[in-house]
Design a binder for this molecule. Structure first.
Ligand code: OXD
Length: 309
């Protein structure tokens, strides 16, 4: 089969070499090859430009080399083309580590002590809640969200979930849906958004949502930037000094220099690194799915185009 690889990763060369080694029985092309795009069977991509995609008129499937597929759903006339996305167990572990680190920073008031240290202030002891006293609300209970929720629950935190169209309950933790979302927000001490970027999730966390959150609370966003209304978040923090946010994803990346988030002491910024793509493990996953396609001549899409994930 003919494969076309395209990515906008900073280490895409390295990724490409590992991919080429793994797919040694097939031909892997890039933009630097003089290749007839109509002969490409499979595209393995991150941020593929539309003008390249539209020339690949005989594609059997398009693979996202990351977990997200928003970059693929933006392409024109995707139709019923099967979309495969990476399900990488190491990505889930990294997401969990990241979430736990941000929970602990908030729970143990480490930002406050850090600020005091910079001013050489020996701060009096402050109450820090135990795990069992905190409820962590996870929005987006998919491959990653479910794993994070269960790992956190094992540490003794109370865990609840939110999934828009969920009607049945999960046996391991309570799941709220779009009808019961208010209760989910009000119960949570910390909300973790692992929401994808879809028409239903744009500005999901807006002033209305934030107002319902506890005054002393933490919002962690490791899903997609557009799920959080950035202006509303800044306003909310201004009037709620005990409200914190830890953001790994943004409306526009990289975050521009003049963005208000940079200098806000209640906001922690990480540059979309909560779960970096692990080359070996994600390429192994892509390979497994590719072999399925080669053997069966067809493959079931991982993505419901209507839902957008
Ligand atoms: C991904 C990401 O979707 O890195 O893989 O955001």
């Amino acid at each position: 089969m003919n494969i076309f690889f395209y990515a906008t990763y900073s280490n895409q060369e390295e990724f490409f070499h590992t991919l080429k080694k793994k797919f040694k029985h097939d031909k892997v092309f890039t933009i630097n090859d003089d290749v007839d795009l109509t002969k490409i069977d499979v595209a393995m991509v991150w941020n593929l430009p539309s003008n390249i995609f539209t020339k690949m008129i005989n594609l059997k499937a398009i693979f996202s080399i990351g977990a997200g597929v928003d970059h693929i759903l933006k392409l024109p006339n995707i139709g019923n083309l099967p979309i495969i996305r990476v399900k990488d167990p190491t990505m889930r572990v990294r997401m969990y580590n990241h979430v736990l680190s941000q929970i602990l920073i908030f729970q143990l008031k480490l930002k406050t002590y850090d600020e005091a240290q910079r001013k050489k202030i020996w701060m009096n002891e402050r109450y820090t809640p135990l795990n069992k006293e905190l409820t962590i609300g996870i929005m987006g209970i998919g491959y990653i969200g479910n794993f994070v929720a269960l790992k956190i629950k094992k540490l003794g935190y109370n865990v609840i979930g939110f999934k828009r169209n969920m009607t049945t309950n999960n046996k391991l933790f309570e799941i709220y849906n779009k009808k019961t979302i208010n209760k989910f927000i009000q119960r949570s001490d910390i909300i973790v958004s692992i929401l994808p970027d879809t028409k239903n999730t744009k500005n999901f966390v807006n002033s209305n949502f934030l107002k319902k959150m506890k005054k002393s609370s933490l919002l962690i966003n490791i899903g997609r930037g557009p799920a959080v209304n950035e202006k509303d978040l800044i306003k909310h923090i201004k009037s709620n000094p005990s409200f914190f946010a830890s953001l790994d994803v943004f409306n526009r990346e990289p975050l521009i220099k003049k963005h208000k988030f940079w200098s806000n002491k209640n906001i922690t910024i990480t540059p979309h690194v909560a779960a970096i793509t692990d080359h070996d493990s994600s390429i192994s996953y892509l390979y497994k799915r590719f072999i399925d396609l080669k053997k069966n001549k067809k493959i079931k899409s991982d993505v419901d185009i209507k839902l957008g994930y």
